[in-house]
Design a protein around this ligand. Structure first.
Ligand code: TGC
Ligand code: FAD
Length: 391
């Protein structure tokens, strides 16, 4: 019942937002209510990505919210980007994944590290949804430790020869282009744009997911793929290049997770007020109030964290470790709220009649991708102690 959704704003955070922020957020919110919430459960049940929403995502500015307008982006600020992600993830984390990948992991590296020709060739089409992209960093043997990647390319004079494989790649099954991170003969990481149709490039879909079912996930296989030299991103090499893209995506996830938590809280609150047991609403019992009161407290703290991070990021002052803290905290907050909210609904909580169980399962991916819960803790640990415990 998406028409009933009201976003909690316990600390009057709206007062910290500009008119433009509210306009952008409200447009995304009403689009999600209209186009995503009514259909998403069905698509998740069928494990299918609803590709009819691509045009709408582009229209609400979800593809490249902060990419300059000259390249087709929406030219918005970081808080607007966060608010769009929040509203989309209120609908479904998988749909937000598609938008995160397109914006922060495909458009961002092309904008930041691409040549002017690459920007003009790809960005407007990615912003309009005419092209969809994916980002290949993770490999079968290298997830948390992407620096160990084995995918490699060789300079063949007039082209590069790419070999290797990427696993767990969002949007891979339908992507027109892939931003792929691979090592050259000296072992230096570079980004390459690989286009669908290049010989030796295939994208088999990953099936049997219990999480993020409305998002298409797959592999990227490179079997002697000839990549034109002009497809190498010339602006930056080294692991820092893909990791800086992750900063942008993790920032969006810190906001997105709030959307999923809001939807769970809102659903649980409404249900608790309506559900009568022992002749009174379960909302009148102390145990359910404890759950609901803790949910709104945690959502409010997460909102403040995200907002402040948005200000810092807009000023170019947010550190990677600050972004890690917000991603970790907010996703953990959301998954705990989803688990509690599901219990408030009793047996009804396990059905697809309500969105909570879907959010809960989706968040198992969100707490794992873009750096696991553990890795983000270790990033904070390294930041405050100076010791990298993951090495
Ligand atoms: P380390 O030696 O620490 O760093 C290598 C170079 O990178 C620099 N750097 C960063 N630069 C920009 N942003 C960051 N966040 C950075 N973190 C590190 C660093 O300064 C260094 O630069 P230089 O010039 O000295 O070479 O690297 P490490 O190999 O020890 O690894 C560090 C660690 C573990 C934190 C990193 O590898 C990591 O974050 N691992 C997690 C992997 C991960 O998050 N993968 C995500 C894959 S994409 C995805 O999941 C998409 S999900 C779909 C969706 O978004 O919806
Ligand atoms: P591993 O790295 O093998 O970790 C397994 C466990 O060990 C985790 O609990 C981890 O925290 C722990 N661990 C690892 N190292 C340490 C350590 N040093 N100390 C303590 N504990 C440790 N990747 C992409 O490149 N592009 C995508 O679009 C993308 N989309 C994804 C979509 C989905 C649905 C999923 C599930 C994943 C996606 N990923 C993507 C991959 C994702 O980023 C990785 O799954 C994630 O980085 C973790 O890697 P792993 O799965 O190999 O786990």
């Amino acid at each position: 019942r998406p028409d009933l959704f009201e976003a909690p704003d316990y600390y009057n955070l709206d007062e910290l937002l500009t008119d433009e922020h509210k306009l952008v957020r409200d447009a995304a919110r009403s689009w999600v209510k209209r186009e995503v919430s009514p259909i998403i459960e069905d698509y998740a049940q069928r494990a299918e990505f609803p590709d009819q929403i691509i045009t709408g995502l582009a229209e609400i500015g979800a593809f490249g919210p902060y990419i300059p307008e000259e390249y087709g982006g929406a030219g918005l600020d970081q808080i607007s980007y966060g608010l769009i992600m929040q509203e989309i993830e209120r609908g479904d984390s998988g749909v937000r994944s598609t938008a995160s990948v397109q914006s922060s992991l495909v458009m961002y590296p092309i904008w930041k590290y691409g040549s002017e020709e690459q920007r003009k060739k790809y960005l407007p089409k990615l912003a309009s949804g005419e092209f969809m992209g994916c980002f290949g960093l993770t490999e079968p043997n290298h997830g948390s430790n992407p620096g160990g990647m084995e995918t490699k390319f060789k300079d063949m004079g007039d082209h590069y020869l790419l070999n290797g494989a990427k696993l767990w790649i969002s949007n891979a099954p339908f992507a027109d282009i892939a931003v792929v991170w691979a090592k050259n003969e000296e072992g230096r990481v570079h980004g390459l744009v690989v286009e669908r149709g290049m010989e030796g490039f295939s994208t088999p879909e990953t099936h049997n997911k219990w999480s993020l079912r409305a998002s298409a996930t797959g592999e990227l296989i490179f079997d002697n793929v000839k990549v034109p030299k002009e497809n190498l991103l010339p602006g930056k090499s080294g692991l820092g290049a893909p990791l800086s893209c992750l900063d942008s995506a993790r920032f969006g996830i810190a906001w997105g997770a709030i959307g999923a938590a809001m939807d769970c809280y809102d659903t649980a609150l409404r249900y608790a007020k309506e559900r009568i047991q022992f002749d009174k609403p379960i909302a009148a019992t102390q145990l359910q109030q404890k759950k609901l009161a803790e949910m709104i407290t945690e959502i409010t703290k997460a909102q403040l964290l995200a907002w402040r991070l948005g200000v810092l990021r807009e000023q170019g002052k947010a550190t990677s470790a600050q972004i890690s803290m917000a991603k970790r905290n907010n996703v953990d907050m959301a998954i705990k709220i989803a688990r509690e909210a599901r219990q408030v609904l009793g047996g009804m909580g396990i059905t697809g009649e309500y969105s909570i169980m879907r959010h809960m399962m989706n968040l198992e991916s969100v707490i794992t991708y873009e750096g696991t819960h553990d890795i983000h803790l270790l990033i904070t640990g390294m930041d405050i102690t100076g010791h990298a415990a993951f090495k």
